[in-house]
Design a protein around this ligand. Structure first.
Ligand code: OAD
Length: 248
């Protein structure tokens, strides 16, 4: 099938679906100028994301890990949502039973106007107390760019603060994972801009397929998901979502 046939087929599936679920990864924010994790531009001082964004790396050397997050926060603060984010926000308003699950911590989907986002990996603008001191329960928002102190400290107990994101070596919040599982029981499941190598996020596609969803991937590069989905669209998120949206 040509790419145009694939756009038309996916648009028809979306139009007739009762529940559409989209799962996004860093590729959706690439057009906003935010480097992906596994692209060559995403490497920071030659660290692999699994090594740097790991709970053990953070506990051993919080300043280095915080400097990486400070760099990313600076890039994100200077960026804005792109057309892929705004099309997804528009689908949230116009498609009944629409859900967005994201692995992104940049909050660009929120800034584009999507509501009720299932955020698997948290937000880069939140912090938590490493010692979970009772007054800090639930964490707090911090939008300082650059960070005012290195490493940042808990404003309540003045001990070490940590990024309010899920690090490698840590479990996802069970309630959020359960919400993502529920959202994966849908008619159409579209995975966009993710390398589909980080679990449990990467497993949601297979779950959706098992439950009978029509599945699609939007990613300029082939991933482990490409051979699983019903339609693999080898295009950037902005281009593909603009084309599909125009057909709805
Ligand atoms: P990755 O960096 O692993 O993958 C980004 C994907 O986006 C790649 O497959 C690219 O081919 C694709 N891509 C690049 N440009 C694109 C574009 N313009 N349109 C669409 N796709 C494009 O990022 P994630 O899959 O999001 O977790 O990474 C998953 C998790 O690993 C992240 O949430 C983060 C990371 O380490 C934690 O930090 C826990």
């Amino acid at each position: 099938m040509s790419i145009t046939d694939n756009y038309q087929k996916l648009a028809r599936k979306i139009s007739s679906a009762r529940r559409v679920t989209v799962l996004t990864g860093a590729g959706v924010s690439a057009a906003s100028g935010i480097p992906t994790f596994r692209g060559s531009d995403g490497l920071w001082k030659n660290y692999k994301p699994e090594e740097l964004a790991h709970i053990n790396a953070f506990m051993n050397d919080p300043i280095t890990v915080w400097k990486w997050y400070d760099w990313r926060r600076g890039l994100i603060a200077g960026a804005g949502p792109n057309r892929a984010h705004t099309v997804i926000a528009d689908w949230g308003r116009k498609l009944p039973g629409f859900s967005l699950i994201t692995q992104n911590v940049d909050d660009l989907h929120d800034r584009a106007g999507t509501q009720n986002i299932i955020k698997l990996h948290g937000s880069i603008w939140r912090m938590e107390c490493v010692n979970r001191c009772p007054p800090s329960k639930g964490g707090w928002r911090n939008e300082d760019v650059p960070l005012k102190e290195m490493p940042p400290l808990c404003p309540y107990c003045h001990r070490l603060a940590r990024p309010g994101v899920v690090l490698f070596g840590e479990a996802l919040d069970p309630a959020i994972l359960s919400a993502a599982g529920d959202a994966s029981e849908c008619d159409v499941f579209i995975t966009i801009g993710t390398s589909s190598v980080v679990y449990p996020a990467a497993g949601l596609l297979s779950l959706a397929k098992e439950k009978g969803a029509f599945t699609a991937e939007i990613n300029p590069d082939a991933t482990p998901a490409s051979g699983i989905v019903d339609i693999a669209i080898a295009e950037g998120a902005v281009e593909a979502l603009s084309e599909i949206d125009a057909l709805l």
